[in-house]
Design a protein around this ligand. Structure first.
Ligand SMILES: C[S@@+](CC[C@H](N)C(=O)[O-])C[C@H]1O[C@@H](n2cnc3c(N)ncnc32)[C@H](O)[C@@H]1O
Length: 201
């Protein structure tokens, strides 16, 4: 079901739990779902969770809708545009997980400001995640891997959930390969998992 922020949602507020027929246990968000295979997989593996997917690429939205129809998935809501519109409308501490799987790497230095992993977007993601919530970033691009590691290391509101290289070099069981990753040629994928550090009371 598509989300229309202008007509279906009161200005200033998007209660993600109100988007589903019955209230989900938790809400998760995927930013830039491509053709939707990761989002569809997560929705089927976690039927008690409500998922929101944001993707401005029309063919990608069509790909996800095909999954939703053929696999009869009812716990995904789709926003066919920029995820930042949705992030800015979500209440504080309203999401349990945020996925950013193979974001556009923008490898040239002069384009670095376009990378989705940047301070204003990370501020929003930290704001909407619940305490101990999880932010996942997957990338096969060496520049984006280093960029993400540096950006996240500068933050006190996220903690990298890695003890040794096997924690970020091996795909977690609940992290399916996407179409982009399957054909990615830049290098070995990195699976970053960050915990939202609990807010101080
Ligand atoms: C390299 S593709 C990866 C797609 C998919 N996650 C995968 O792994 O196959 C990056 C995707 O992010 C989307 N994207 C870029 N900026 C976005 C934004 N601000 N909000 C939502 N999606 C965005 C693009 O349209 C594109 O489909």
């Amino acid at each position: 079901m598509p989300i229309d922020l202008e007509t279906e949602v009161k200005p200033g507020a998007l209660d993600p739990f109100a988007l589903y027929e019955s209230r989900p246990r938790a809400c998760w968000l995927e930013i830039g779902f491509g053709k939707g295979e990761h989002l569809a997989w997560q929705a089927q593996a976690h039927p008690d969770v409500g998922l929101i997917g944001c993707e401005p690429y029309l063919n990608g939205v069509a790909g996800l809708l095909t999954h939703i129809e053929e696999e009869v998935i009812s716990n995904i809501r789709v926003y066919g545009d920029d995820a930042r519109h949705v992030l800015s409308r979500l209440p504080d501490a309203s999401l349990e997980r945020v996925f950013l799987i193979h974001p556009d790497p923008w490898p040239k230095r002069r384009h670095a400001r376009r990378r989705f992993v940047n301070p204003p977007n990370l501020d929003q993601i930290a704001r909407v995640l619940v305490d101990d919530g999880e932010f996942r970033v997957g990338t096969d691009h060496p520049i984006y891997r280093e960029w993400t590691a540096v950006q996240m290391s500068l933050r006190s509101d996220f903690e990298w959930l890695a003890n040794d290289p096997s924690d970020w070099l091996n795909r977690p069981d609940d992290w399916p390969e996407t179409r982009y990753e399957a054909k990615a040629l830049e290098g070995r994928a990195t699976y970053f998992r960050f915990r939202r550090v609990p807010r101080s009371v």
